[in-house]
Design a protein around this ligand. Structure first.
Ligand code: COA
Length: 258
C-alpha cells in the first residue's frame, strides 16, 4: 500500500496513518481525501490491525483544513460533491471496526478539527490548537463538523467555536472534553502508541463491540441502545467472554483467538 500523501506503518497490531503534506500543513485536497478513504478501507479489512493511530507529519499541523487553493473556484455543485466526499470519508473512519486514536500534533483547523472529531479518542500535544475558522472565509464546515462538534462538547461550546473562530488550546480542549489527554510534543506518539497497545491487548471482539454499541447508541434512543447492548453482550458468551472470565478465575492471562 503506497500513497502520495499518506504514510502507513504497522507496529504489531497498531497501524499508524500519517497525513504527509507538511509543506501545506497537511491540508486536505481531493487526492488526500481519496487516499484516506482507501487507507481506512484497507485498515478495516486488515485482520491483524486492532487499533489505528492517525497523525500529521511535521511539527506544526495535524491538518490545517480543507485545501483552500483547491476549493476557491468550485461551483455549488462541485462544492456539494467535495463536502459529500469528505463526509463519506470521515464516516468511513468513524465506522472502522477498530478504535482510532487521533494524535494531534499541532493545528487541527477546519477539516482537520473535523477529522479529529471523527476519531474515537483524541490525544493532543500541548502545542495543539483546535478551531473551526470557516466563517472567516464566508463558509461553514462541510465535513460534518456542525454535527459532531455539538454532540461532543455541547451546543454552546460548539457554537462558540464555530461563530467566534477562536482557537482552543490543548488544556482548554481537555476541559471541554474535546481531547482525552494532553502531553508534551515529544511524548505524543509514544503516548498514542502506548494507549493503542493497551487497547490492542484487550479482548478484540469486545473492543470492536464496545465501540460499535457506544457509537450506535448515540444515534438512537436509550431503549434501542440498551437492546443492542444486550444482544452484543450475549454474542461474547460461549467464545471470547468465556475465555476472559475463565482466565480470571484461573488467575492467568486470557488467550484471545482471532
Ligand atoms: N489550504 C491550503 N493551503 C494551506 C492551508 C489550507 N487550509 N493551510 C495552510 N496552507 C498552506 C499555506 O498556504 C502555505 O503554503 P505556501 O507556503 O505555499 O504559501 C503553507 O500551508 C504554510 O502555511 P502558512 O499560512 O504560511 O503558515 P502560518 O504558520 O503562517 O499559519 C495557519 C498557519 C494554520 C494559521 C494558517 O496556515 C491558516 O490560517 N490556514 C488556514 C486555516 C483554515 O482556514 N482552515 C479551514 C479551511 S476551510
Amino acid at each position: 500500500m503506497s500513497f502520495r500523501n499518506l504514510l502507513i506503518e504497522d507496529h504489531g497490531a497498531v497501524r499508524r496513518i500519517t497525513l504527509n503534506r507538511p509543506d501545506k500543513l497537511n491540508a486536505l485536497n481531493r487526492e488526500t481525501l481519496t487516499e484516506l478513504h482507501e487507507a481506512f478501507a484497507a485498515a478495516a479489512a486488515a485482520d491483524g490491525v486492532r487499533v489505528v493511530v492517525l497523525t500529521g507529519a511535521g511539527p506544526k499541523a495535524f491538518v490545517a483544513g480543507a485545501d483552500i487553493a483547491e476549493m476557491v473556484n468550485k461551483t455549488q455543485a462541485q462544492a456539494r460533491e467535495f463536502s459529500k466526499v469528505g463526509q463519506r470519508t470521515f464516516r468511513s473512519l468513524e465506522l472502522l471496526p477498530q478504535p482510532v486514536i487521533a494524535a494531534v500534533n499541532g493545528f487541527a483547523l477546519g477539516g482537520g478539527c473535523e477529522l479529529a472529531l471523527a476519531c474515537d479518542i483524541r490525544i493532543a500535544s500541548n502545542k495543539a490548537k483546535f478551531g473551526q475558522p470557516e466563517v472567516n472565509l464566508g463558509l461553514i464546515p462541510g465535513y460534518a463538523g456542525t454535527q459532531r462538534l455539538p454532540r461532543l462538547i455541547g451546543l454552546g461550546n460548539a457554537l462558540h467555536m464555530l461563530l467566534t473562530t477562536e482557537m482552543v488550546g490543548a488544556e482548554d480542549a481537555l476541559r471541554l472534553g474535546l481531547v482525552q489527554k494532553v502531553v508534551e510534543p515529544e511524548a505524543l506518539l509514544p503516548a498514542a502508541v502506548e494507549m493503542a497497545k493497551t487497547i490492542a491487548a484487550k479482548g478484540p471482539r469486545a473492543v470492536k463491540l464496545a465501540k460499535q454499541v457506544a457509537r450506535q447508541g448515540l444515534l438512537t434512543d436509550f431503549e434501542s441502545g440498551c437492546g443492542l447492548e444486550a444482544d452484543k453482550f450475549a454474542t461474547l458468551f460461549e467464545n471470547e467472554g468465556a475465555e476472559g472470565m475463565k482466565a480470571f478465575l484461573e488467575k492467568r492471562k486470557p488467550e484471545w483467538k482471532g
